[in-house]
Design a protein around this ligand. Structure first.
Ligand SMILES: [Zn+2]
Length: 293
């Protein structure tokens, strides 16, 4: 059963309907026919699909791109370039470990926020990870942050981060405001978008915690913790999804570190370790849990 659609909202709706159908399947069992003899043989249950070994599929989303630089450090390091390089490094590590990896952009182009989640949906990814770097008015702000979706931000700082990241789509801190599939009735997409990721929030939270723990351990950085905020890029994703802010480009020290190949290697290894843990925990879609290795 494949959820495919040209439209992310339609895909999300299809996922919801499938889930509803699955959960409603037991309702029929309330009215079993009386145990009357019947000539008809019991209809055989549909055979399970062949258990092909499914690779755990990760869609990596290098933030920004094209005309959109994202945050820029004091010496000119651009978030879009850092994010793409980090996605490539992480992809190489993951592929070497048996993951299937797809990037939402391979070069310096700028898909819309909705198109990025749509790539993950069409690919039926097991996980969607959007990679970014932070900006702050305070040049002292430092450290990595991992976010999963919420309609309401954890705090003002998280709200500001989401507003900055959503700004590409001109949606500010309302992730459903612009680019709504039906501009005449934004309430409908709002509900659908919400439900798409809501189903996966628990796993998204788990993934965010694993990612943040690995980043903290590897980098010995200040724990900025797991946070929630209304990121447009996560809203339509129909799988566990997180957004990682790798560090503050606006902090001169941190910009220097983020420009360093060795530091990027450590960062990508920490992210790979996190995704391996998550894969071990949940398994690939369509595979028996925990046997995706
Ligand atoms: Zn960003």
């Amino acid at each position: 059963m494949t959820i495919r659609s040209a439209h992310p909202v339609a895909a999300a709706l299809a996922a919801i309907l499938l889930l509803a159908a699955a959960s409603g399947a037991g309702a029929g069992a309330q009215t079993p026919p009386p145990a009357a003899p019947t000539a008809e043989p019991p209809s055989p249950a549909a055979p399970p699909p062949p258990a092909a070994p499914a690779a755990f599929k990760v869609v990596l989303d290098p933030g920004h791109g094209g005309t959109e630089d994202g945050a820029i450090g004091p010496t000119g390091l651009k978030e879009k370039d850092l994010a793409l390089d980090m996605a490539r490094r992480l992809a190489a590590l993951l592929r070497a470990d048996g993951f299937e990896v797809v990037l939402t952009r391979e070069g310096d182009d700028g898909p819309t926020l909705d198109q990025r989640a749509e790539v993950a949906n069409v690919q039926r990814a097991d996980v969607f990870v959007s990679l970014h770097a932070n900006a702050s008015r305070s040049s002292k702000a430092r450290g990595a942050e991992t976010y999963f979706l919420s309609r309401h931000a954890t705090d003002d700082a998280a709200r500001t981060v989401a507003a900055l990241e959503n700004d590409a789509a001109g949606v500010g801190d309302d992730p459903t405001a612009a680019a709504a599939p039906d501009a005449n009735d934004p309430a409908i997409p709002l509900i659908l978008w919400d439900m798409a990721q809501t189903i996966y929030l628990e796993q998204s939270a788990q993934l965010a915690e694993i990612v943040q723990r690995e980043l903290n351990g590897a980098l010995e950085i200040t724990d900025r913790g797991v946070r929630q905020a209304p990121f447009r890029v996560l809203v339509g994703a129909t799988m566990p999804a997180v957004l990682v802010e790798l560090g503050f480009l606006t902090n001169p020290e941190e910009e220097k570190r983020l420009a360093d190949g060795e530091y990027r290697r450590k960062l990508s290894e920490a992210l790979a370790a996190a995704l391996k843990q998550f894969r071990a925990r949940v398994g690939a879609r369509g595979a028996a849990a925990g046997t995706a290795r």
